[in-house]
Write a protein that binds this ligand. Structure first.
Ligand code: ADP
Ligand code: MG
Length: 698
């Protein structure tokens, strides 16, 4: 029998395959490109392309594609076959270095937010050699960045790579100050925990809202939801187990190290987590994981829902972005060290993150903003829209001691030795955890929990890397010029704590009183919706920071703001139209039919013998008819607002009307329909209920 180690990564053109199939010279040159970003010359590219093609053909591939991540949030690919005509009437299989390095997809229908004028409709894709090529189906997929001809990024990978480079540059400056002359580079790494729902295909097909919008737009609460907490870590049902087994196999073949899987809190909800890796590879892997999850589910007669709030009233699905930074030799810079000197360095990196999260709360909120995630943040078991940080008791005590110039008394008295002159030494605390914090320190990494399950992790990490790079830059500028390094270091850590401690909150983030304290006493931002936060991507401080590190150009930021707002508006418009349609063609007719049949029953009874009581039927008919009237009114009102929406002056105005009017009307309509569901006989209700869907997989 084949074991996992036999087939792990068998569909990936990884280091093992490269070493085995490239000449020593070509391999060395490619490695230099991968590790140090050195440009690849054409002869090397040709040799790599040749080896890649032979390897792909041996695995049964017939096509290749430049695989990229446009701003739609999903991945895109356009397949070209390897075949080329040969003079004898047959074909030969060809693939050149040029084709490997650069592609020119006709990209005119990808969102560009005005960056790509129609006359230059073609963008180009450029190979990212730091993420291995792989085979999906019969296609060799080459991970690429996607730009306009003017050089503007039209994707999520380009700014992500730029942000990693910015972080690398600044972190190396700090390491040098601490006497580290050997580190070649510093990279951020990520392990994203991915939540999802699994339901049966029959249920999905019977719900137009799930099919068109990914979430249920109607649905009364089922008698049993997640109240009993009996699903969390519960025994995995056979059908789900079969799905997970095949999913693991498929992901392992693609070199994706999925490690854990378990049931989540809501019925039908599950989670999967890979072992962490370099951020851009983790991003590619997470995109692939989401795609493969849906494919494998389909093979099992199931549908995998990645929407962040597919069901009201039960937990939504998030994605936890576990993030840390490490040197090429594997030193985790967010791990408290063994020596006082290492701890001082750790504290500086920790402060850089604290400062970054406080200074750029808005960018972090923006990085997770979608119409779907707006429903999740602040609802059942999800962090609020206010960004704050959790550090745990021990670190908190350390920071307080530094701030107040008091000695630190750690758990063990022997740990009290002072570090670089005055900084305390302490052990890391892995015991306490706070599951309600949007941004929690978990021993040697931070866990950013605001991401929605369908978000690409690229956006969050672009902002995180850039903001931390900015803190480090400010620190390095000061420390490099300091006469007394240790004194300057201590002062800097102290002033960071003083200035930014408002962002640290160790209490219950789900508590309403926290939102009050956060916004009123601490002045933290609370952008409830995408419409609220998105325009702030263009605030001067954000533009200055992101452009100064070369992560985005001003034009790119403008285009992203527009695309994200467009996306928000389009999503809600589709939802509203789906609601209108379902209400008029399914819900109202069902209520009417049930009311008419009930009325007929009553009149039959009365004709039979006026003494037969039929007060119940009559009351019910009145209730149903009243509800139907109310629903009809609400749907009409939503419809007229939808027409008015067309005349919005610009995308910002449109998004505000969506937030203030459309979403409100939708929720009013839903309340009335959900009430009708509870009084309509099940056999009349036109689609499966929450109870049916959430408990559909046996
Ligand atoms: P939990 O649910 O307790 O938060 P999981 O085991 O589900 O933990 O997920 C933890 C995730 O964090 C995994 O993907 C893991 O690989 C990742 N992780 C662990 N250490 C690091 C690190 N240093 N940098 C980034 N991610 C990490
Ligand atoms: Mg976690």
């Amino acid at each position: 029998m084949k074991t996992v180690s036999d087939y792990f990564g068998e569909m990936v053109f990884d280091d093992r395959v490269m070493k085995a199939n490239l000449s020593a010279k070509v391999y060395a040159s490619l490695k230099k490109t991968i590790d140090e970003g050195v440009q690849l010359d054409e002869s090397v590219a040709n040799a790599v392309a040749d080896a890649m093609k032979d390897w792909a053909l041996s695995k049964g591939a017939t096509h290749f594609t430049h695989w990229f991540q446009p701003l739609t949030g999903i991945t895109a690919e356009k397949h070209d076959s390897f075949i080329s005509p040969s003079p004898d009437g047959g074909v030969i299989m060809e693939f050149s270095g040029k084709e490997l390095i650069k592609g020119e997809p006709d990209a005119s229908s990808f969102p560009s937010g005005g960056l790509r004028a129609t006359f230059e409709a073609r963008g180009y894709t450029a190979w990212d050699p730091t993420s291995y090529a792989f085979i999906k189906g019969k296609t060799l997929c080459i991970p690429t960045a996607f730009c306009s001809y003017g050089g503007h990024a039209l994707d999520k990978k380009t700014p992500l790579l730029r942000s990693m480079e910015a972080l690398n540059r600044q972190a190396l400056r700090i390491l040098r100050l601490f006497g580290n002359d050997t580190a070649k580079c510093v990279r951020s790494s990520v392990g994203p925990e991915q939540e999802y729902f699994l339901i049966t295909k029959e249920m999905y097909d019977a719900r137009p809202d799930l099919k068109f919008t990914g979430r249920t737009l109607f649905g009364a609460r089922p008698p049993k939801g997640q109240e009993m907490d009996d699903h969390y870590f519960g025994a995995i049902k056979p059908r789900v187990a079969a799905f997970m087994e095949e999913l693991n196999d498929e992901l392992w073949k693609l070199g994706i190290m999925v490690k854990t899987e378990h049931n989540e809190v809501a019925p039908a909800q599950h989670e999967l987590a890979p072992i962490y890796t370099t951020t851009n590879v983790a991003t590619d892997h997470n995109q692939l994981t989401m795609e493969i999850m849906q494919k494998v589910a389909a093979k099992h007669g199931l549908v995998c829902l990645l929407h962040e709030k597919p069901f009201a009233g039960v937990n939504g699905s998030g994605k936890h972005n576990n993030w840390s930074i490490a040197t090429d030799s594997g030193q985790n810079l967010l791990s408290p060290g063994d020596t006082p000197y290492e701890n001082a360095q750790f504290l500086l990196f920790l402060c850089a993150v604290i400062k970054a999260v406080d200074d750029y709360q808005d960018l972090l909120r923006i990085s997770v903003a979608t119409a779907g995630n707006d429903h999740r943040l602040g609802a059942n078991e999800a962090p609020p829209a206010v960004v704050s940080m959790f550090l745990g008791d021990e670190l908190n005590a350390v920071l307080e001691a530094i701030e107040n110039d008091k000695p630190y008394h750690g758990a063990e008295k022997t740990q009290m030795k002072l570090g670089v002159d005055v900084l305390p030494r302490f052990n890391r605390d892995t015991t306490d955890r706070n599951r309600t914090s949007p941004f929690a320190f978990t021993g040697n990494k931070f866990e950013f929990r605001m991401l929605g399950s369908s978000n690409s992790i690229a956006c969050a990490n672009i902002m995180l890397n850039s903001a931390v790079a900015e803190s480090l830059k400010i620190y390095a500028d000061i420390l490099e010029g300091a006469d007394d390094f240790e004194k300057a270091l201590h002062e800097m850590i102290r002033s960071t704590i003083k200035e930014h401690k408002r962002i640290i909150f160790n209490g219950n983030g789900y508590d309403d009183s926290w939102i009050k304290e956060a916004t009123e006493a601490r002045g933290l931002l609370n952008y409830r919706t995408t419409a609220d936060c998105m325009p702030h991507i263009l605030d001067q401080k954000n533009v200055d920071m992101l452009t100064s590190h070369g992560v985005f150009s001003v034009e790119e930021l403008n285009s992203r703001c527009e695309i994200m707002l467009e996306n928000y508006c389009k999503t809600v418009v589709i939802e509203a139209n789906t609601m209108i349609d379902m209400t008029k063609t399914q819900i109202i007719p069902a209520i009417r039919r049930f009311a008419a049949d009930t009325a007929r029953d009553a009149s039959v009874k009365e004709a039979f013998d006026p003494a037969v009581p039929c007060g119940y039927e009559k009351k019910l008919v009145i209730r149903l008819s009243t509800l139907a009237e109310c629903i009809a009114e609400k749907v009409e009102s939503l419809e007229s607002e939808m027409i008015a929406l067309h005349s919005a002056a610009n995308i910002i105005k449109e998004s505000e009307t969506i937030r203030d009017v459309i979403l409100k009307k939708m929720s009013e309509l839903r309340v009335a329909c959900d009430e009708a569901e509870t009084v309509t006989a099940k056999s009349y209700w036109p689609f499966p209920t929450y109870g049916d869907i959430l408990f559909s997989v046996k």
